[in-house]
Design a protein around this ligand. Structure first.
Ligand code: 3H9
Length: 692
């Protein structure tokens, strides 16, 4: 075996040369891999004893793409397109042997080869759009030539991978290898040689793109189909344009056009934000004082206390991951209702073709309903999801302490309350932590993990692994009222309420924040969640607009009216003069002089206090890093990923500009606007949140 570079080697197996890439963790196409591939192929071509070439990867996956950490830095030679030309122009067949994921540049390498083989579990995709880019090494030109422009549009502009079976049917691979991949790929290469198969150069396969020439409808229809989902994003449209070029331009011109679009996106802030988010999510897993080898507990059985919307959603996460759940309610009626809703959710998924009726039954068989906490004695983890009442939670944890086995993790789904107080009700506060799921808990990916003063490292390490298993993105935070997400969010709620009273009616505020990139405005969101959460008729004093609306039985979408009204069966908010009148009267009663409020002020008033609170949270050590706060906002609060999260966005806007505005509002509106000392410090030192 010959080492070509540190990470690429070459070994001849008779007449077949095998080039092996070994660049953990995901064999990304860093400069050493690119150089190794180019030099390895050149060496194999020069070697007369070699008749065919196989490209193989060590470790968990085939090449999973370009090395994203190299992006935004000066390019190093050889560029990937040069490597791909070397491969495609080889006079000897080149065949990638694919396992794991051939993604991005990895798929582009494969498509420059003459044939492709893979194991049955392999996946293939061009996910660049998810980091705000388009494929940059001819992927937008080669993929349509193999799978056709329509399929290529989906794969490139949406970015989801396809499996080996589908790839075989589409001609993206030539054979699925059963058994040993390397041996199978060598066998395949020998077969190609024995049969004297002509070398397929994808760049010259024009049949599928020519068939679509002049058919602009393909692209128009596709644009329409993704418009809603891709609102605000730049990369999807660039993907469509590049695939369109594969139909309307020569291969060489298409590659040049693709490069231009790729470079424009690479230089923009959206891709920078999306790449930041990619690494931020992975960084959140790493907790400075909890090493990777921290001992963990086994989690095979879960228990959930409370079968309401939240408890039911939480239970579904475990079931989906194959972990059986015991679900507790106080009455048989509530239990039946809760389990009924879970079944209904699964049935809806089955009706949409996500899984079979048999799988619905299989999942349902993993839930055991109970009215007795004694049935929690075998659970490895218990999650309490009852309503937010400290006394009730204390009582529950004291009981759990008596019933649950030693080493069981005792978690509360509280979204505001003090985990330390709850933990102190038990004789094992080290086993207690907060696991704050977001509604709907079976859909939302964020899990805010709250570390109590005494929570053990093993409990945190186990919970982090468990989060991955149940497909959540976990972020560890400390104890404070509302933790990170809700503490910051309540700043926005306060300000949007004030804005309405000062002159910006809900439709204006909603439009500004929707245009900013949130999935919906704050008042529409409140109508959706329900205005009556935490409200009761008995204690209502009509002291806020929300209370007045609830008193009028305008409790949100579910009652057909909240801030807006809704026609039966429709989610379309309709502005209502009655609410307008009510807000104006309320302003008058409070002696608030209504005025015209600019859209710019709405952004400053509703987003800057989020940033300011984030700075306080960082300073207090409630969040480990600014990027953790951003992961929370991206995955739990609908912050648009192309703006990176509030802390990333603040760095982009300029901390000095934000500080200046906070000071202005501090004079105008009072202490709530006092700038966080950390913000002042960073500005003074010319630093950003990312430096903290
Ligand atoms: C591209 O290819 C552009 C081309 O058109 C060429 C243009 C010229 N680079 O996710 P995991 C790290 S753009 C650098 O936890 P999993 C990751 O940070 C690229 N590092 O594992 C993590 O590091 P750490 C197109 C990367 O098993 C570790 O690998 N490709 C890259 O759950 C493990 O990652 C993509 O967008 C990378 N490309 O999932 C694919 N990828 O351990 C992006 C991963 O220090 N990657 N790392 O935290 C993925 O989707 C997933 O990582 C993958 C594995 C499915 C591969």
């Amino acid at each position: 075996m010959v080492a070509i570079t540190d990470v690429v080697s070459l070994e001849n197996h008779g007449e077949i040369a095998v080039i092996t890439v070994d660049n953990p963790p995901v064999n990304a196409l860093g400069v050493k891999v690119r150089k190794g591939l180019a030099d390895g192929i050149t060496a194999a071509i020069k070697d007369d004893s070699v008749k065919g070439i196989v490209i193989l990867c060590k470790g968990r996956t085939f090449i999973a793409g370009a090395d994203i950490t190299e992006f935004g830095k000066p390019a190093k030679e050889p560029g990937l397109n040069i490597v791909l030309d070397t491969i495609e122009n080889s006079t000897k067949p080149v065949i990638p042997a694919i396992h794991g994921t051939a993604l991005g540049g990895g798929l582009e390498v494969s498509m420059a080869c003459h044939f492709r083989v893979a194991v049955a579990s392999a996946k293939f995709g061009q996910p660049e759009v998810k980091i705000g880019l388009i494929p940059g090494a001819a992927g937008t030109q080669r993929l349509p030539r193999i799978v056709g422009p329509e399929k290529a549009l989906k794969m490139i502009a949406i970015g989801d991978p396809i499996d080996a079976k589908e790839s075989l049917a589409d001609g993206l691979i030539d054979e699925i290898i059963e058994g040993d991949l390397e041996a199978g790929a060598i066998e395949f290469a020998k077969k190609v040689l024995a049969e004297g198969r002509p070398l397929k150069k994808v760049s010259e396969m024009n049949e599928k793109v020519e068939a679509a020439t002049g058919n602009a409808e393909i692209f128009d229809n596709f644009r329409k189909s993704i418009a809603r989902k891709t609102r605000g994003f730049e990369a999807p449209e660039a993907c469509v344009k590049a695939v369109e070029a594969s139909v309307n331009m020569s291969f060489a011109d298409g590659v040049k056009y693709e490069r231009k679009l790729f470079e424009e996106l690479m230089a923009g802030t959206q891709s920078a934000a999306q790449r930041y988010a990619f690494f931020a999510e992975r960084q959140a897993n790493k907790i400075p004082d909890i090493p990777k080898d921290t001992p963990q507990f086994e989690i095979n059985k879960a228990a959930v206390l409370g079968a309401g919307t939240m408890g039911g959603g939480i239970a579904m996460n475990f079931i989906n991951a194959g972990i059986p759940v015991t679900l507790l309610e106080v009455t048989q009626e509530a239990l039946d209702r809760g389990i009924g809703i879970i079944r209904k959710n699964y049935e809806i998924s089955a009706a949409r073709g996500r899984f079979t009726q048999e799988q619905v039954e299989e999942r349902m068989s993993m839930i055991t309903g109970t009215l007795s906490m004694d049935d929690f004695s075998e659970a490895d983890i218990v999650i309490e999801a009852v309503f937010e009442n400290m006394d009730l939670k204390k009582e529950i944890f004291s009981k759990l302490d008596n019933i649950c086995k030693k080493d069981a993790i005792l978690a509360s789904n509280t979204s505001f309350l003090n985990i330390n107080e709850i933990a102190d009700q038990t004789t094992r506060p080290e086993s207690v932590l907060g696991l704050h799921f977001f509604s709907p808990a079976n859909v939302m990916r964020l899990l805010e993990m709250v570390r109590g003063d005494k929570t053990s490292k093993s409990v945190i390490a186990t919970s982090m692994s468990l989060a991955k298993r149940i497909n959540k993105i976990a972020v560890l935070v400390g104890v404070c009222h509302g933790f990170v997400g809700n503490r910051m969010f309540s700043q926005r709620t306060r300000e949007t309420d004030s804005l309405a009273l000062e002159g910006a009616m809900p439709p204006q505020v909603d439009k500004v924040l929707y245009d900013f990139g949130f999935p919906m405005g704050p008042f529409v969101l409140r109508d959706l969640i329900g205005l009556d959460i935490g409200w009761s008729k008995e204690t209502s004093t009509g002291s806020t607009i929300r209370e007045i609306l609830c008193e009028k039985d305008r409790r949100g979408q579910k009652t057909g009216a909240g801030y807006y009204t809704y026609k039966k069966g429709s989610r379309e908010p309709i502005w209502d003069s009655e609410v307008e009148k009510l807000i104006i009267e309320f302003s008058e009663k409070k002696n608030i002089n209504r005025r015209e409020i600019s859209d710019e002020e709405i952004i400053e008033r509703s987003i800057y206090p989020i940033v300011n609170e984030g700075a306080k949270i960082l300073e207090e050590g409630i969040a480990t890093r600014a990027s953790d706060i951003d992961v929370i906002w991206l995955n739990g609060y609908g912050w648009p990923i192309y703006l990176g999260g509030p802390m990333f966005w603040a760095d982009l806007i300029g901390l000095d500009k934000i500080l200046e505005t906070l000071k202005k509002f501090n004079n105008q509106f009072g202490d709530e606007w006092k700038p966080a000392p950390l913000l002042e410090k960073l500005v003074k030192e010319g630093k950003q949140f990312k430096d903290f």
